[in-house]
Design a protein around this ligand. Structure first.
Ligand SMILES: *[C@@H]1O[C@H](CO)[C@@H](O)[C@H](O)[C@H]1NC(C)=O
Ligand SMILES: *[C@@H]1O[C@H](CO)[C@@H](O)[C@H](O)[C@H]1NC(C)=O
Ligand SMILES: *[C@@H]1O[C@H](CO)[C@@H](O)[C@H](O)[C@H]1NC(C)=O
Length: 218
């Protein structure tokens, strides 16, 4: 059961990062920077700390460093009750890309404006549960981005840094080297439904085909 859930987490995030690679037109590669962390302070804990579950609804502004040296901002709107996870990416000096992920497994990726494009993808798995870090392996404490954090690793896929004092997430890294730094974290913030309505051109098949070829060149 746990394995099944772990796989779902892995597939969800994996599908996401694979898609990002696709969008950036990059070959896959495995980064090794997160696997070996000699600077971690491992102290003796009677009870190892466990990660704080994600709030059911929050808004976070993320500063993301992609493996390509490209940077982007993401407005992350996680909403478990509404069954959606929204990323609005501002690529540095580039496009704004909407990524609307639904718990039924369907995700929409689209841009707005003159050369608007859309791609609909069925990943077959839902969004991460608020407790998706359950069972993560505790690694110890480290100062990152200037905050003293507890660090966990889960299924060699995500490295998660949580502020020791406030219990807020500070940073998370994926196995492929994409690193997200949490700049704001507003618990309870909800994105209006109107923003997440996929545009009409997402539902026209030939456009979808063209969208994928266009987006892959971005
Ligand atoms: C992005 O990450 C790479 C690899 O860790 C690092 O060398 C680079 O300095 C980072 N860039 C920024 C702007 O954070
Ligand atoms: C999943 O939900 C979204 C939003 O309600 C909808 O647009 C999409 O068609 C649904 N996908 C499936 C496979 O039902
Ligand atoms: C998709 O692209 C092809 C070739 O560039 C073009 O002929 C076709 O009209 C496009 N379809 C749509 C819906 O834009």
């Amino acid at each position: 059961m746990t394995t099944n859930m772990d796989n779902n987490i892995k597939i969800t995030f994996q599908a996401f990062s694979v898609l990002i690679f696709f969008l950036l037109h990059l070959p896959n590669h495995v980064a090794s920077n997160t696997n070996n962390e000699p600077w971690l302070t491992t102290t003796e804990h009677e009870h190892e700390p466990t990660p704080t579950p994600w709030p059911e609804q929050f808004h976070a502004l993320l500063y993301m460093n992609l493996t390509t040296t490209h940077l982007q901002l993401s407005d992350l709107w996680y909403d478990w009750p509404k069954g959606r996870n929204v990323n609005i990416f501002q690529k540095q000096l580039g496009i704004v890309l909407y990524d609307i992920e639904w718990n039924n497994g369907t995700s929409f990726y689209y841009t707005l404006g003159a050369d608007a494009q859309c791609q609909m993808v069925d990943f077959g798995v839902g969004i991460p549960r608020p407790d998706f870090l359950d069972g993560a392996h505790y690694l110890g404490q480290v100062v990152t981005d200037g905050f003293l954090c507890n660090v966990w690793e889960k299924v060699e896929f995500i490295w998660y840094y949580e502020d020791v004092v406030t219990k807020r997430p500070v940073r998370w890294d994926f196995y492929d080297g994409i690193s997200s730094h949490v700049m704001t974290f507003e618990v309870g913030a909800v994105l209006p439904d109107s923003v997440v309505q996929a545009p009409a051109y997402c539902f026209i098949d030939p456009a979808v085909e063209n969208a994928s070829s266009t987006l892959s060149r971005v």
